[in-house]
Ligand binder design. Sequence first.
Ligand SMILES: [Zn+2]
Length: 121
Amino acid sequence: MSFEPTVLIHSDTWKRADIEEEVVWCRTHSWRRSHWQRRPALVHRISGVTSLYVGQAFDPAKIDLVPDGWSHDHCVICFWTLSDSGSDDETIGYTDERGAWVCSECYHQFVNPNSNATGNA
Ligand SMILES: [Zn+2]
């Protein structure tokens, strides 16, 4: 018999092993609590492929710079959607310097489990 440890994220059951790699990666980054905000995106006119604009060079004949074109991000651990159109658990998350996002639930549960200790230090 084997027992696989599971965790609950946004009321869904996940195998702990399936997120372990992402959790380890997240612990090597520093995160800042932030309100999710729309950001500029580069949108390819024909394919519609969208990428976050961070100042990189692009060909204006093929690609449009859309000021609020980056409409959401996904939690790197559980793929929860962070956007500007939801409740607090969708609009508030943690971001690193390079534009990756972790939802609050994953952050407090896995990345920095001591971060939500309330006054009992
Ligand atoms: Zn998450």
